[in-house]
Design a protein around this ligand. Structure first.
Ligand SMILES: [Zn+2]
Length: 399
């Protein structure tokens, strides 16, 4: 990357870092039991809610405890179960029509990141009835209060229950576009590990490594604050010592609870401190080849961290200490390598591969350009890289 563009990127990131304390971040109210949500909604005067979810969760009976609690409070329930894995504009529009037809007053996103993201888009459309979702793309386009939104995650990974972001896919072009604004931060996050108890092993693994990637990328970037550093290191500690346990034994509820907490903290950290090139590249692999987001991150992260080289050693040392694989007196380069090896061991222990199939050589320059466009100048990565330099990561992970 040329020097002038590097200076521009760093100045741009510096301005955003200065703005962090001025921006209207707020924390959701955190509940630990799903049934408690009904009372909170009742207190807010909400007597009719739209639950945004997907068909498989309904079929598995996962909604029953929530619905029983809502009924107990006399709250009318409307379920939209059409959310697909990469939620589309038409998903959000269909859910919005239901919300209006049934006179709902609040929204519950119940599921993985997709259902929560879809619920956020519904809220945005209710707040802005005249603006199409595609026109909300980018940052700070909502700036209006949305209906009361509660998020009930059923995976421990995306952090969507605490972030200001949603990613929606255009039905026609299949392109994903992010919408980022403060009103999209859920008012309430239900961190109830019971909702993740029967999550399949592979999803426990990949969503868990997504959370790990959020924590690591937020921590090693240059726009951290005392609170995001503390959230990220605690998340690394929790995920490093509990993800393998939750994977080996899905009924280990102490491990599941720790993962819920770790995922939430990692989400809170990256909301303010951003992610890095691992996410930028992972997003292009998701958009082009439908590689699941957590899987792409899990596979890419060790390669990306090694490529940052000495620019990330000191920070990776702090994470190595949090993960219990280095001591205060360990040489930073040695500690950084110990942490990266720890990530590789975690992947290997959960049958996450080292390579991804399906990447076509001829697509790489274009995908690297998309990744660079997403990351530069916004993401405060330890070492700046141009599109040309990002191409290496596709070669690193291609089979
Ligand atoms: Zn992610």
């Amino acid at each position: 990357m040329n020097t002038f563009y590097k200076i521009f990127c760093r100045a741009f990131q510096g301005a955003f870092k200065l703005a962090i304390p001025l921006l209207p971040y707020r924390d959701p109210l955190v509940l630990r039991r799903t049934r408690e949500l009904a009372g909170v909604l009742r207190e807010k005067g909400i007597d009719s809610v739209l639950v945004v979810t997907d068909k498989s969760l309904v079929a598995l009976g996962k909604l029953r405890p929530l619905c029983a609690a809502l009924k107990g409070e006399g709250i009318r329930i409307t379920v939209y179960d059409g959310t697909v894995p990469n939620p589309t504009v038409s998903n959000a529009e269909a859910a919005r029509r239901l919300y209006i037809a049934r006179g709902c007053k609040g929204i519950i996103g119940f599921g993985g990141g997709s259902s929560i993201d879809c619920a956020k888009a519904v809220g945005a459309r209710i707040a802005k009835p005249r603006q199409q979702i595609a026109k909300m793309r980018g940052i700070l386009k909502i700036h209006k209060r949305i209906p009361y939104l509660a998020a009930v995650p059923t995976t421990a990974g995306t952090g969507s229950e605490v972030t200001l972001a949603t990613v929606i896919t255009d039905d026609a072009t299949h392109r994903k576009f992010p919408i980022n604004d403060f009103p999209l931060i859920p008012r309430c996050a239900v961190l109830d590990a019971e909702n993740t108890r029967t999550l399949p092993k592979s999803l426990t693994a990949t969503t868990g490594m997504d959370a790990m990637t959020h924590a690591v990328e937020a921590y090693i970037g240059r726009s951290t604050t005392r609170s995001t550093r503390s959230d990220a290191t605690r998340a690394v500690e929790l995920i490093s010592s509990n993800l393998g346990r939750a994977y080996d034994n899905g009924d280990d509820m102490a491990a599941r609870e720790a993962m819920m907490e770790g995922s939430f903290l990692a989400g809170r950290a990256f909301s303010k401190s951003y992610v890095g090139y691992c996410h930028a590249v992972a997003h292009t692999l998701g958009g082009e080849y439908n590689v699941p987001h957590g899987l792409a991150n899990a596979v890419l992260l060790p390669y990306v961290l090694r490529a940052y080289g000495s620019s990330a050693h000191k920070k990776l040392k702090a994470l190595a200490i949090a993960a219990g694989v280095a001591e205060e007196n360990t040489e930073p380069s040695v500690a950084a390598e110990a942490f990266i090896s720890r990530l590789e061991q975690m992947n290997a222990g959960m049958e996450i591969p080292k390579k991804l199939g399906g990447i076509r050589r001829e697509d790489i320059p274009r995908l690297a350009r998309f990744a660079a466009k997403e990351a530069n100048p916004l993401y405060p990565v330890p070492k700046l890289m141009s599109a040309r330099e990002l191409e290496r990561f596709y070669y690193d992970v291609m089979e």
